[in-house]
Design a protein around this ligand. Structure first.
Ligand SMILES: C[S@@+](CC[C@H](N)C(=O)[O-])C[C@H]1O[C@@H](n2cnc3c(N)ncnc32)[C@H](O)[C@@H]1O
Ligand SMILES: [Zn+2]
Length: 283
């Protein structure tokens, strides 16, 4: 029925999914469950009831894309690539991004990887995010809720990344190969501190590093180490608008008021401060 298997599993019966020979835009399993790609190239596995979570809107995803394409978070993308390339030197690299957004970090990681064979799975509940992630080369973009069992086989991934998105360490551990790397990125307390109040931004409490490490260790992910990456960004009014709108505040902020506020603030230096936490699976 299908040609070859992928590392993606059927959200209904958990059997391997593969592309149908005649249609490379249809994934199906042996039991006959079929998923057609949307015209923008992503797949939606959230059939039935869907999810209770609020997806990032088209405007929020557009703001994220505009902000990221200016390179403001490039140092973080570089740090992720270096960490992954130092840890993994195989011929192939199989990455899963849980809560991938536009696929920005995935794209940079794949671009900077010396591996000859690249395979990536981007998961996010936002259809608008997955439209963009579907454009990242070597990447299958799937609308999915990361709190559920992830649609990929046990021990099928070399690396899991999870940036500013919900953590599901039990599932990250299940899908990682022995010795596989899991990298979690969080915002540090001083992240964007110059503009959080003036722009009415919501900060999503990421919890303390010790709590994160404990939560991951409880699922069999050993803490390799954490690093803080802090630098100043020079942001103009457009950047500030996109920054405020691309995060959770984008669900609540009025575009008109935000526009006025960012014009009033003008250009200014803003602190980027990330916690980059690395874990490895136990044998
Ligand atoms: C702050 S954004 C980060 C996106 C991306 N990792 C980045 O850093 O550019 C959080 C992302 O998590 C996604 N998200 C939130 N809850 C989710 C869930 N339960 N399952 C999958 N994705 C989720 C949102 O749609 C959004 O794209
Ligand atoms: Zn199936």
């Amino acid at each position: 029925m299908f040609s070859g298997t992928t590392n993606v599993t059927c959200p209904v019966c958990e059997q391997p999914l593969g592309f149908e020979e005649s249609r490379d835009r249809t994934l199906s399993c042996e039991a006959g469950h079929r998923f057609d790609a949307a015209k923008q190239g992503y797949f939606n596995f959230l059939t039935g009831k869907g999810t209770n979570f609020l997806e990032d809107t088209s405007a929020m995803v557009q703001a994220r894309d505009a902000f990221q394409s200016k390179g403001h978070y490039e140092p973080l993308a570089r740090a992720l690539s270096e960490l992954i390339n130092d840890h993994h030197d195989g011929h192939s690299l199989d990455v899963l991004d849980a809560g991938a957004g536009t696929g920005y970090y995935l794209g940079k990681i794949l671009e900077n990887s010396p591996a000859a064979e690249l395979d990536a799975l981007a998961l996010d509940i936002s259809r608008f995010a997955m439209r963009r992630a579907a454009k990242v080369p070597s990447t299958l973009a799937v609308v999915w809720d990361v709190w559920r069992k992830l649609p990929t086989a046990d021990r099928s991934r070399d690396v899991v990344i999870n940036c500013f998105a919900p953590h599901n360490p039990a599932e990250f551990q299940r899908v990682l190969r022995t010795g596989g790397l899991c990298v979690v990125v969080t915002g540090e307390p001083d992240h964007l501190n110059e503009v959080v109040d003036p722009l009415g931004m919501l900060t999503v409490g990421q919890g303390k590093q010790a709590a994160l490490v404990e939560k991951f260790a409880a699922e069999g992910l050993n803490h390799l180490g954490s690093k803080n990456l802090t630098y100043r960004m020079n942001l103009n009014a457009d950047d500030l608008y996109n920054l405020a709108f691309m995060g959770p505040s984008g669900h609540h902020l009025s575009p008109e008021i935000l526009h006025q506020q960012t014009l009033a603030l003008g250009s200014q230096p803003v602190t980027a401060s990330f916690g980059v936490h690395a874990f490895v699976t136990q044998g």
